[in-house]
Design a protein around this ligand. Structure first.
Ligand code: NAD
Length: 496
């Protein structure tokens, strides 16, 4: 059985004291092992990054960007191979994996703007013969820790931007589906990146804690669940590091009585069940305003869900695949059990679907639950599975209050034909990413991605302009070259 190892100083390393099984969630079988880096191995990666930094920070931004142009091309050429790797370990169907990769490549395209993004600011004659400018200097060694649900895209949110800014990177991917992440980092070397600038260490808490504690690591970007995001943020910042830690979500869609219901249903299908609901932007709660809207929504959803196909990643006619682990399958089923036990109505039941030929796979079918209330456990927690819950309210304000009261604030959306209602909603809702008749309002790569409340710890969002700010620090230089013969006397006060 092969072992997925590390990439340190441009070299593949597969020896490991500890390993963990990597499953194919479509079959439930173990196909590979992943190496779990020891403290010493992570320290080796940090040392390689530290050693590469002086030369890399002085490499012109245009040259750094040129590597990203080649990297983009290699990602496109290897797309099928990458999507198959994602499918085998994550369970994503090829169309979904291709979408993830495209979003990742868009972040590489953004990194290609590096010379433009790093121009800084300049003011001539801020005083007599005095010029002043601000430079965006790299931080040094920076680290990324990423989740299982986007093994290609989320790492690409981080290191292309960090690297074109002149930093050197150590990435700790999810140990559940590490192969595509490692392969993509190898492509970056094929694109011409010098050894040591980008390093990948697979591992678990030991690897993460080493990155959080090592004083050579200047900044940490994290994406994952909220309890771990909070731990990462608190530990990294108390160790003097810059940190952005993106956490979990519970994204609500408001369905107004005037919404185009057929369109809303179509949009909700993809947004709730796409990628088996394992997206931090998945819409998992539909808040229907008024019983008429709720009844129409539930009956149309029920009908539209009948043809949905859950199945193995290898069949591209499937709409979505398995969830990531057997434990995740039990968790999602448990949330449906608990909603039912606490009084909700399971309208379409995805527990234990029959997937012919894949009896060992971790499948959950698309599930619709009506009459959910905010007191229910299934409403409070992030289910992270193909489950859409319907909450019924009487007014739009009640729907907004519900969203604002939830601990998470990642994404939300309103379905309506009323521009005034939509404008009030976008202006006032306490959520970081907001859609109007757009169910997954994921910002494009030249904006930035992040939630509010307990969906993000830190201030700067991921990728786009915020990433350039996160991965650089400002240095402002004030310079005077007095003309020959002109010398001012001593001054003991600011000029007035
Ligand atoms: P996770 O928190 O379990 O793991 C994320 C990373 O943290 C992994 O690399 C893992 O190895 C590491 N980790 C796990 N436990 C740790 C511990 N005790 N100490 C140190 N490190 C630890 O998350 P996941 O299950 O891989 O991903 C799903 C979660 O990520 C969901 O909650 C989802 O909403 C969230 N997510 C959020 C965003 C966002 O942008 N806000 C994007 C994608 C996923």
């Amino acid at each position: 059985m092969s072992t997925v190892g590390h990439l340190i100083n441009g070299e593949s390393i597969t020896t490991a004291e500890r390993t963990q099984d990597v499953f194919n969630p479509s079959t439930g079988e173990v196909n590979k092992q992943v190496a779990l880096a020891s403290k010493e191995t992570v320290e080796e990666a940090i040392a390689a990054a530290q050693a590469a930094f002086p030369e890399w920070r002085n490499t012109p931004a245009a040259k750094r960007a040129r590597i990203m142009f080649r990297f983009k091309q290699l990602l496109e050429e290897n797309a099928d191979k990458i999507c198959a790797m994602i499918g085998e370990e994550h369970g994503k169907i090829s169309h979904d994996a291709a979408g993830e990769l495209t979003r990742g490549i868009e972040n590489v395209e953004y990194a290609c703007y590096a010379p433009e993004l790093l121009k800084g600011e300049y003011s001539k004659n801020v005083g007599p013969e005095i010029d002043s400018w601000s430079e965006m200097q790299p931080l040094g060694v920076v680290a990324g820790i990423t989740p299982f649900n986007f093994p290609a895209m989320v790492p690409l949110w981080m290191y292309p931007a960090a690297i074109v800014c002149g930093n050197c990177f150590v990435l700790k991917p999810s140990e559940r589906d590490p192969s595509s992440t490692l392969f993509i980092a190898e492509l970056l070397h094929e694109a011409g990146l010098p050894a040591g600038v980008m390093n990948v260490v697979n591992g678990d808490k030991e690897a993460v804690d080493t990155l959080l504690e090592d004083t050579r690591v200047k900044a940490v970007s994290f994406v994952g669940s909220t309890p771990i995001a909070e731990y990462i943020y608190t530990t990294a910042t108390s160790n003097g590091k810059r940190c952005q830690a993106l956490g979990g979500a519970k994204n609500h869609a408001i369905i107004m009585p005037d919404a185009d219901m057929d369109n809303a249903v179509n949009q909700l299908l993809g947004a709730a069940f796409g990628s088996s609901g394992e997206r931090c932007m998945a819409l998992s709660v539909a808040v229907a305003v008024g019983d008429a809207a709720a009844d129409a929504l539930v009956s149309k959803m029920k009908e539209a869900m009948q043809p949905l196909k859950v199945g193995a990643f290898s069949d591209s006619s499937n709409d979505f695949g398995p969830v990531i682990t057997e434990a995740a399958q039990h968790k999602v089923n448990g949330c449906i059990d608990s909603a039912e036990a606490q009084g909700a109505t399971v309208v379409v039941d995805g527990r234990n679907p029959d997937v012919a030929g894949f009896a060992g796979g971790f499948f959950v079918g698309a599930t619709l639950i009506d009459n959910v209330t905010p007191e229910m456990d299934s409403y409070k927690e992030e289910i992270f599975g193909p489950v859409l819950q319907v909450v019924r309210v009487d007014t739009m304000q009640e729907a907004m209050d519900l969203i604002d009261a939830h601990e998470y604030g990642n994404g939300t959306c309103i379905f309506t034909r009323d521009g005034e209602a939509a404008r009030y909603f976008t202006d006032n809702i306490q959520v970081g990413m907001v859609g109007v008749n757009v169910p997954l309002p994921v910002p494009v790569s030249y904006h930035s991605f992040g939630g509010w409340k307990r969906s993000l710890f830190g201030d700067l969002h991921a990728y786009g302009p915020d990433a350039i700010k996160f991965y650089t620090r400002r240095k402002t230089i004030t310079q005077r070259w007095p003309s020959a013969g002109v010398r001012e006397g001593v001054s003991f006060s600011f000029p007035s």
